[in-house]
Design a protein around this ligand. Structure first.
Ligand code: M6R
Length: 606
């Protein structure tokens, strides 16, 4: 969702801002804007428009002035439609502002402070600019504190005051801001992606502090005016790992990167063939002292949780629930100090998951998070973190984050089974050996991606499609179906195949292709019966099937053979195949695969 950049320094400010906004495009947005301070006149000029950063670049090219500082924003509409005036920055009197988050009481503020006459847009953000301007009497920190005291909701605010030279001010609650200073100046952003062109050292601005940036100085103070030392982190992502690397879309590149991503995720966590979290500082007591597990996540991350649920039930025989983070707090969940909460998130910023973690901790649960982005909000809020080490994931459709989340879950299940006495050492090592085969097995699927492209052509024209399977296959297909619908806009539903007869089979016709997964030997005969049922109602069926059991149906169906792993691990090759299916359908339809309509990579509003 919305992205923020602020920069003051020696480089061409406008270019720095526009380049950074391009790097933030992946978050999802519908409008973009920048404000730059003209060094000669001291005026702050705003350029903004609905549309892409490339449209903004074209507008900015018309007028060039020497600037000392500036702020920029990509907007994903929440309050007010997609148009030029709702785009950020907003300028009211001496204040120019960009905002991420939601101000819940903006209507009351308009009434209480009689701000309506100051407003030109329909946004909650402009109300904050108007209130700041109302409170501003030459002291930025005072105005910011007075304004923040009146706000209800979440916010990352970045502000230029007309009479404060090339200085940028910022404060936040919940919505993240990271900042850094380097030889080119000082800068801040909504996430690290926008900064890593300059440096890999950064810090997360603490909530309710004021950050002041000048070209040669960065100051952080608390709301009582005490200076605070920033806690710098070092990112291990290289900028070039965030480029497309010769692929037409990030999604394809990220699918292809999975074998390496899995290796990076498990490498330092296997010692003498055993799962080992000592480098992560995760103690075994976390796994032995709990009575139940609750997995909290959204979207693809939640689907990774569903695979974990199946493994925990069958191997650990423990009580486990997977909760959609957005529903969690409102469902009176059974959470106490005997519950191990596992939060899963690629970005580490999904607001529903973050709020659910805070709620679970208030109820006494211990929280372990499985996160890709280092130092993100959920990681900071959790008691323990296992990073997925997938590297930057830019495409909105999550791929390598999902399979690395699965890899972490296999490690957790193995460690837990051993520490709880369910697995012997030999059984644990054998389980881990199978996990270590994953990169090689995935490579075999990737090498045969042309065959999946052929399969993709068969579903290209579909308006509706079903994906069917049982047990773990059903969990995999929930993710495969989400992938297909988000990038190809085909209405796809994943169904537990035994449930079809209880209703949805009424929708099966010759115009509804069916994708089936058959990877679990013990379920094969039942799955094949369900497949026959849809075939006899006219559906074209494509089956993704474990190679060693596929012979039994040779010639009867269109089959893509998945390289063999033990049944619990078939999720890995099957997921890669389903990701490729979605990718090829989308790219063959000519869609912008990386930026599906209406979607955002980082979902920071509830
Ligand atoms: O950053 P997170 O993993 O918390 O994001 C959760 C979902 O928003 C995300 O997985 C979403 O479903 C993806 N677009 C799926 O490809």
């Amino acid at each position: 969702m919305c992205g923020i950049i602020g920069y003051t320094g020696s480089e061409d400010v406008r270019e720095v801002l526009l380049d950074a906004l391009e790097l933030l495009e992946y978050r999802g947005y519908d409008s973009a804007g920048i404000a730059v301070r003209d060094k000669e006149s001291g005026n702050t000029q705003v350029f903004k428009c609905a549309g892409r950063v490339s449209d903004l670049r074209a507008i900015c090219a018309t007028e060039r002035v020497l600037c000392g500082c500036g702020i920029g924003h990509t907007r994903w509409a929440t309050h007010g439609g997609v148009n030029d005036s709702n785009a950020h920055p907003h300028q009211v009197g001496k204040v120019t502002l960009v905002h991420n988050g939601i101000i819940e009481n903006y209507r009351e503020l308009i009434t209480d402070y009689d701000l309506a006459g100051d407003l030109k847009s329909e946004t909650d953000s402009e109300v904050v600019a108007a209130l700041l301007n109302r409170f501003y009497e030459g002291d930025p920190a005072e105005a910011i504190k007075k304004t923040v005291a009146k706000l209800k909701g979440t916010f990352a605010l970045v502000v230029l005051f007309a009479d404060q030279g090339d200085t940028i001010f910022s404060t936040r609650n919940v919505s993240p801001i990271v900042a850094t200073s380097c030889k080119e100046g000082a800068m801040l952003a909504s996430d690290l992606t926008a900064l890593c062109r300059f440096t890999n050292r950064y810090f997360v601005v603490p909530e309710y502090h004021i950050l002041t940036l000048t070209a040669d100085k960065l100051t952080l103070t608390d709301f009582d005016g005490h200076e605070v030392e920033p806690e710098y982190l070092t990112a291990d992502w290289e900028l070039n790992s965030a480029g497309k690397g010769g692929y037409p879309f990030y999604m394809e590149k990220e699918i292809m990167e999975q074998p390496e991503a899995i290796e990076n995720t498990i490498a330092n966590r296997v010692k003498s063939g055993m799962p080992d979290f000592s480098l992560d500082g995760v103690p075994d007591s976390l796994f032995t002292d709990c009575e139940r597990i609750s997995i909290i996540a959204c979207g693809t991350a939640m689907h990774a949780g569903l695979v974990a649920q199946a493994l925990v039930k069958s191997i650990l025989h423990m009580h486990i629930e997977v909760e959609m983070a957005s529903e969690f707090m409102y469902s009176d969940p059974v959470i106490d100090e005997k519950t191990l909460v596992i939060a899963v998130s690629q970005s580490g910023e999904t607001i529903d998951t973050l709020e659910a973690v805070k709620y679970a901790k208030r109820r006494g649960a211990k929280c372990l998070s499985v996160i890709n982005v280092k130092g993100s909000s959920i990681a900071r809020e959790s008691d323990y973190v296992l990073y997925t080490n997938a590297g930057p994931e830019i495409a909105v459709a999550s791929t390598k984050a999902y399979t690395t989340q699965l890899a972490v879950f296999y490690l957790i299940v193995a460690r837990m089974a051993h520490s709880r006495g369910v697995f012997t050492t030999e059984e644990t090592q054998s389980f881990i050996r199978e996990l270590q085969r994953t990169p090689e097995v995935m490579k075999k699927v990737l090498e045969r991606r042309r065959d999946i492209h052929v399969v993709a052509k068969k579903v290209l024209a579909a308006k509706d499609l079903f994906m069917i399977g049982r047990g773990l296959d059903y969990s995999i297909l929930l993710e495969g179906s989400l992938k297909l619908k988000e990038v190809s806009y085909i209405h796809s539903e994943a169904y537990a195949s035994g449930e079809l007869k209880h209703g949805p089979i009424a929708l099966i016709t010759q115009d509804t292709p069916v994708v089936a997964a058959v990877t679990q030997e013990k379920l094969m005969s039942k799955e094949l019966s369900n497949i026959k049922e849809v075939k006899s109602r006219g559906a074209d069926v494509v089956i993704f099937m474990k190679e060693s059991i596929a012979e039994s149906i040779e010639g009867e169906y269109e089959v893509f053979k998945l390289p063999d792993m033990q049944d619990e691990f078939m999720v890995m090759p099957a997921s890669v195949a389903l990701q490729l299916l979605a990718y090829y359908v989308s790219s063959d339809k000519g869609y912008d695969v990386d930026k599906p309509r209406n979607l955002a990579k980082v979902v920071t509003v509830e």
